[in-house]
Design a protein around this ligand. Structure first.
Ligand SMILES: [Mg+2]
Length: 207
């Protein structure tokens, strides 16, 4: 497959929603260790709300799908996850506006814009033990890829590496930062949901 379209974008979102449902307890467990324990519940509720909104009206292109997801997350998810994932999907949707079909360079550039938006919104730097630590290697992998199939697979692998690399880190952003050194030894829940986001993308766009 060489291009991303409306249908593959919908499949990505459906797979991500299914992953948030399947891994809700894992995310709760991770967030309970170093945060307030709401990440699994929030992401699952937000993505179920996104599915409802997507089913309620037809979307013309990938941009419309992504903006619908963004609005559902912003309006239904509290804490940090709603605004940050909302920003991610909104920036991605905005960057892809006007494209019924999306090629790899356009997709990678849209993701770069999206990550910059998330970083601006959350004020997180690499190594702060946040979703940014999974996002950055994933986007770098997309930028370095020569085709969508291998690029999306490499992005998911990059996100996984970034997620695992948060384990020894001391949190510098979010509620986990209140724990200081005691946050080390725990995997960041936000980077974990972001890993599932890219794993879902690889499955949706390459199947
Ligand atoms: Mg939380």
């Amino acid at each position: 497959m060489s291009l991303i379209n409306r249908d593959t974008t919908l499949r990505w979102i459906e797979l991500f929603a299914a992953q948030m449902d399947e891994h809700r307890q894992d995310l709760i467990r991770l967030d309970t260790a170093i945060g307030d324990g709401d990440h699994g519940t929030n992401m699952n509720r937000g993505m179920q709300k996104a599915l409802e909104k997507l089913q309620a009206a037809e979307q013309a292109d990938p941009s419309a799908v992504l903006k619908t997801v963004a609005m559902a997350l912003i309006s239904s998810v509290g804490g940090a996850a709603g605004p940050l994932y909302g920003t991610l999907f909104l920036q991605l949707g905005t960057a892809l506006a006007g494209h019924a079909e999306v090629d790899l360079p356009t997709y990678a550039a849209a993701w770069r814009t999206s990550v910059e938006g998330v970083q601006a919104r959350g004020k997180a730097e690499p190594g702060d033990k946040t979703m940014v630590d999974a996002l950055l290697p994933a986007v770098a992998a997309l930028e370095q890829a020569s085709d969508l199939n291998t690029g999306l697979r490499a992005a998911a692998d990059g996100a996984e590496q970034g997620m695992l690399a948060t384990i020894p880190l001391i949190a510098r952003k979010g509620r986990a930062s209140y724990l200081g050194e005691r946050s080390a030894g725990h995997q960041d829940p936000g980077s974990t949901s972001t890993y599932y986001l890219f794993e879902s993308a690889a499955a949706a766009f390459t199947s």
